[in-house]
Design a protein around this ligand. Structure first.
Ligand code: NAD
Length: 509
């Protein structure tokens, strides 16, 4: 595994400030917490966190804006999102820089994250003319039965560090065309890209004449998120992050009969069948397992390989892992950037120690790199581990590039192993056998919200609904009809006859 040279913290600070300035943000420095960069592991500059008063004021402002935004025609609301999409296109490179500096993504993936935001804006603009209800056959003469969709209210968006901008846009673009307003609490690890996104949306709002307060940003840690969770004026809490976070958020929102949309941890697996095209499988597996330094919710964490091809596949993967270029995510040749923190590396080491104690064997990777160039950063070699059986470590999500290799003999066994984890986000099968593929996609197959064939577990398009089952939280965001989570439906019965006919043949008076 080769390494590439790192920029200094001073370079990164200057680049972040230049990017923000190009977007139109002048950073007001503060001393509550620091914007940091995982590239060197060092602080960039201090920022101010939202106070209780700021939270109160933001929710009140978003609620007041909702009262006018909800009656703005949806296609007009779409104009705001169209303008946002144009601004994202214009500033794609600067925004991608901020994603790389704060989240450590390689340039191509950071640009991909901004492209995903542009894509969801395009989708949401179209959606603004397609918020369809339906007409239902009424059992009564002279009656019409209809279902209509209405805006919900203020949506509280709580987001994770690893998709610091795209997850916001999935929620915000769709919520805005649905007539909701948004209060956003981003990850405390990625405040700068959040400032940039908020600024561009405010600019779009000003240009199209939408209320400024359709969107408010609140920087800070989980305490700020908890305020959104508990506030009855926040109609929907859309929370993306760890399952631990979801376990805390869901009951608190439910206790006040609010709605929550949860996008939580994954523990994604790919089954590799004997008929698989191994060239394609190796490429798909390495991208899904080592890409984003293993820090995607959809990262491939378990490989379930048929015993007949296990040795061949493991040999090819080991060779590919040994060649992965690790280093500065700004270098075109780098494929693996840093972990978000040294704590993340410690958790990776702990998981590896546990799996080895349970009979696992490390086949490639696992060392820390670039420790002399950046002692406070955590560059880790992606790891390939052969495990004898589905140990408890394998059933957990460790947010790092560890790929556990398990073997199977029958498809039933593979599917049972596949589903034997608490999480249910993404899954895939590599096979040329159509029957196997269809079984994997059927009700008797993968129990995940995303199930793929001949492609890895990560890298979803925005057109489909995104989300997972079980400990992943059950939410759906982004495309398809995920928009319905951001609206409330009303069933209307309209009597255009001159008789009052009661349903179910009931007579009265
Ligand atoms: P995290 O759970 O530590 O934090 C996520 C967000 O929740 C942050 O903004 C944090 O401040 C906030 N938060 C934490 N506890 C809270 C509480 N009790 N109340 C209110 N807010 C709270 O997650 P992370 O480390 O930033 O991100 C990594 C995790 O996110 C992984 O588990 C990953 O799988 C998951 N993730 C899931 C998806 C998905 O769509 N399913 C997408 C991205 C990330």
């Amino acid at each position: 595994m080769t390494s590439t040279a790192l920029p200094t913290t001073d370079d990164l600070r200057a680049r972040a400030l230049a990017g923000l300035r190009n977007v139109g943000v002048e950073v007001a420095e503060g001393d509550d917490f620091h914007a940091r960069t995982p590239l060197t592991g060092e602080p960039l500059f201090g920022l101010t966190a939202a106070t209780d008063t700021d939270v109160e004021e933001a929710i009140a402002a978003a609620r007041a804006a909702f009262l006018t935004w909800r009656t703005t025609p949806a296609p007009r609301r779409g104009e705001l999102v169209r303008r946002l999409g144009e601004l994202l296109r214009e500033h794609k490179s600067d925004l991608a820089d901020l994603v790389t500096i704060e989240a450590g993504k390689i340039r191509s993936e950071a640009l991909g994250e901004i492209q995903e935001m542009i894509d969801i804006c395009d989708f949401a603009v179209g959606l603004s003319r397609q918020l369809y209800g339906r007409t239902i056959a009424s059992e009564r003469p002279g009656h019409r039965l209809a279902e209509t969709w209405h805006p919900l209210g203020v949506v509280g968006v709580i987001s994770a560090f690893n998709f610091p901008a795209a997850v916001w846009s999935w929620n915000t673009a769709v919520a805005l065309v649905c007539g909701d307003t948004v209060v956003w609490k981003p990850s405390e690890l990625t405040p700068l890209i959040s400032l940039a996104c908020d600024h561009l949306l405010a600019r779009a709002a000003e240009e199209v004449g939408a209320p400024r307060d359709v969107h408010r940003l609140l920087l800070g840690d989980r305490a700020v998120g908890e305020k959104l969770v508990d506030d009855p004026r926040v109609a929907l809490v859309s929370a993306t992050g760890s399952t631990r976070m979801g376990r805390e958020v869901a009951p608190r929102v439910a206790a006040r009969f609010g709605r929550s949309l949860l996008e939580l941890g994954g523990n994604n697996a790919a089954v590799v069948a004997p008929s698989a095209d191994l060239d394609l499988a190796v490429q798909g597996i390495v991208f899904a397992a080592a890409g984003t330094a293993g820090q995607r919710c959809t990262t491939l964490r378990r490989l379930i390989v048929h015993r007949d091809i296990a040795d061949t596949l493991v040999e090819r993967l080991t060779a590919a892992y040994r060649k992965l270029p690790i280093g500065s995510p700004f270098e075109d040749t780098t494929l693996v950037g840093p972990l978000i923190s040294t704590e993340a590396f410690t958790r990776m080491q702990q998981a590896l120690a546990r799996v080895q104690a349970q009979g696992g064997e490390i086949l490639a990777g696992g060392n820390r790199r670039l420790t002399e160039d950046a002692p406070a950063a955590a560059y880790a070699e992606p790891v390939l581990v052969r495990v004898g059986e589905q140990s408890d470590v394998v059933r957990e999500e460790t947010f790092a590039p560890i790929l556990y290799v398990l073997t199977y003999d029958t498809l039933d066994e593979a599917i049972a192993l596949h589903n034997d984890v608490p999480q249910g986000l993404s899954s895939s099968i590599f096979t040329r056998d159509q029957q196997e593929a269809e079984i994997f996609l059927s009700a008797a197959g993968s129990d995940c919200g995303i199930a793929n064939v001949n492609i890895g577990t990560s890298g979803a398009e925005i057109g489909g609904a995104f989300g997972g089952e079980k400990d992943t939280g059950g939410g759906r965001e982004s495309g398809s009809d995920a928009w319905k989570a951001y609206m409330r439906s009303a069933t209307n019965t309209i009597n255009y006859s001159s008789e009052l006919t009661l349903a179910q043949g009931v007579s009265f008076l």
